[in-house]
Design a protein around this ligand. Structure first.
Ligand code: NAD
Length: 500
């Protein structure tokens, strides 16, 4: 592993790139090699406040910019992201470790969020009802909320920031992004492209840091709204602290996603979908399948085929490499944490059907895929978020028992059923306790136009990220009642009733 002093990741403050050499800092790794790529400053309260103030200073002019002109800049930004597609995917792979095809898929999903935001002028239109009372007209319009903050996790360095700021900016807000300190490089490139697209200085800003930086953002009087994505414990704390300070908060948390396989499912297709769901991005997705609920006689052949399929996946470094099926996890400590769950499963009485704890050449943070069989929901591997390439198999006698597994899960992000039976699919759709449902789909993640509807401990707040809910989150409504009094010589006109 390299020990040389690395470049400090720059922050974007009021249109100026600043190299802030904070007292505290962290290292950004290349998980494929274990090498240090850069050093990221952990900005102090004072340094963070300066970023918020820059965003606040840019607010009056940006919020007064016509919505169609704001959208025009986002169209140009979309063009630049498309032009730099492969370069952006390579940055994601370098700092996160996911495979290049996975990074390309991430860039594509991010691009779609920009496309959604480009349509904001239509979504910002208000409602009117003339003559709601005698000679009184009612109308609503949407105003920006002010300075918005985005605090993002490590697992989608490019896409999750794009879940937030394109819509916030399109709605006339200014923005401070606090990217994950583990993966700040994609965010910097996004800032550069926004500047190139013609975004005025101060409209989009980047603050780097950890807890201290976040606490300043949560309490700063000039911050109006906070979007957070990360683990449940932090999401809950952000929601509680942010709302206590009077902010509007949407906070998406962790997950434990269930995939139910009915005895009539197409087994080959289901196994492929399950493996892609559980092991894609090395299991580091909030929509990753984590528990396979095998109903009835499907369990034995399912476990056998899952082990065959997962065991054949090519695991290796991803940076600059094609042909790898699964890359590393984010950090060495995270690798150890994921591996420890395989041991915990054995201690709790589960069977390790496939053990991913193998040695790999090099210093990358690699771990193979694991399959744990005969897991119960009460076991830690049955209900805790592992966030790595470990799939637990719970055996259920029938659909009712499978639905009960979901009913008792503290999380509520995604869940899928694999079946040919429409009634079973309908029962599942109606009764499974999660906010995003799939039928014969491994990862039922909504695209930009639909909300990311986590339930229970997977989401804190009211208005979700993506879709029209995000436009509502980043705007506040104003209702106006209007009455004009007729002057004495006015006559009443009623042209609607005129005939030819
Ligand atoms: P994390 O909670 O550790 O960090 C998320 C953000 O919070 C980072 O920017 C980090 O700097 C900040 N943070 C961390 N600790 C903090 C503290 N004590 N006080 C204030 N801020 C703090 O999450 P992560 O490990 O980066 O990401 C993985 C998690 O994110 C998983 O739990 C995953 O399920 C979740 N996630 C959820 C969704 C969703 O839509 N529900 C999407 C992606 C990821």
């Amino acid at each position: 592993m390299s020990t040389v002093q690395h470049e400090i990741v720059p922050s974007l403050v009021g249109g100026e790139w600043r190299t802030i050499d904070s007292v505290r800092s962290g290292e950004v790794f290349n998980p494929s090699t274990g090498a240090v790529l850069a050093r990221v400053p952990f900005m102090s309260d004072e340094e963070t406040s300066a970023v918020v103030e820059a965003a606040a200073a840019a607010l009056p002019a940006w919020s007064a910019t016509p919505a169609v002109e704001r959208a025009r800049i986002l169209f140009q930004f979309r063009h630049l992201v498309a032009e730099h597609f492969d370069e952006l995917a390579a940055i994601v792979t370098r700092e996160h470790g996911k495979t290049l095809p996975e990074s390309r898929a991430e860039v594509q999903r991010g691009l779609e969020m920009i496309e959604f935001a480009c349509g904001a002028p239509s979504m910002l239109m208000g409602d009117t009802l003339p003559n709601i009372a005698a000679e009184v007209d009612a109308e609503t319009v949407r105003h920006p909320v002010g300075v918005c903050v985005g605090i993002t996790p490590y697992n989608f360095p490019f896409m999750v920031p794009l879940w937030m700021f394109p819509v916030a900016l399109a709605c006339g807000n200014t923005f401070v992004l606090k990217p994950s300190e583990k993966v700040p490089l994609s965010a910097v490139r996004l800032g550069e492209l926004l500047t190139e697209a013609g975004l005025p200085p101060g409209v989009f800003n980047i603050a780097h840091g950890d807890r201290e930086c976040v606490e300043t953002l949560l309490a700063h009087p000039q911050v109006a709204a906070i979007s957070f994505v990360g683990s449940t414990a932090i999401a809950k704390a952000i929601y509680e602290t942010g709302t206590r300070h009077g902010k509007r908060v949407q906070a998406a948390g962790g997950a434990k996603n269930h995939l139910i396989i009915m005895p009539d499912a197409d087994l080959d297709q289901s196994v492929k979908a399950l493996a892609a769901s559980a092991y894609g991005c090395a299991g580091q997705r909030c929509m990753a399948g984590s528990v396979a609920v095998a109903v009835g006689a499907v369990a034995d052949p399912l476990v056998e085929q899952l082990c065959d399929h997962a065991g054949s996946l090519k695991v290796g470094p991803t940076d600059g490499a094609e042909g790898v099926d699964m890359g590393p996890v984010i950090r060495r400590e995270h690798r150890e944490r994921v591996a420890s769950y395989v041991g915990i499963a054995t201690d709790e009485g589960a069977t390790v059907a496939l053990d991913g704890r193998r040695d790999f050449p090099g210093d990358g943070f690699l771990i193979g895929p694991s399959v744990l069989d005969r897991v119960s929901p009460q076991m830690r591997v049955g209900h805790e978020e592992i966030f790595g390439p470990v799939l637990s198999v719970v055996r259920a006698a029938d659909l009712d028992e499978a639905l009960a597994v979901g009913r008792n899960c503290p999380y509520g992000n995604g869940a899928s059923i694999f079946t040919r039976d429409g009634y079973a699919a309908r029962q599942f759709k109606q009764h499974f306790n999660a906010g995003m449902i799939g039928v014969n789909v491994g990862v039922p993640a909504p695209m930009a136009w639909f909300p990311f509807t986590g339930w229970n401990q997977s989401f804190f707040g009211d208005l979700h990220i993506q879709g029209t809910e995000s436009v509502h989150f980043y705007t506040r409504q104003k209702m106006t009642l209007t009455r004009w009094f007729a002057s004495s010589d006015d006559s009443h006109h009623d042209p609607v009733w005129k005939t030819k």
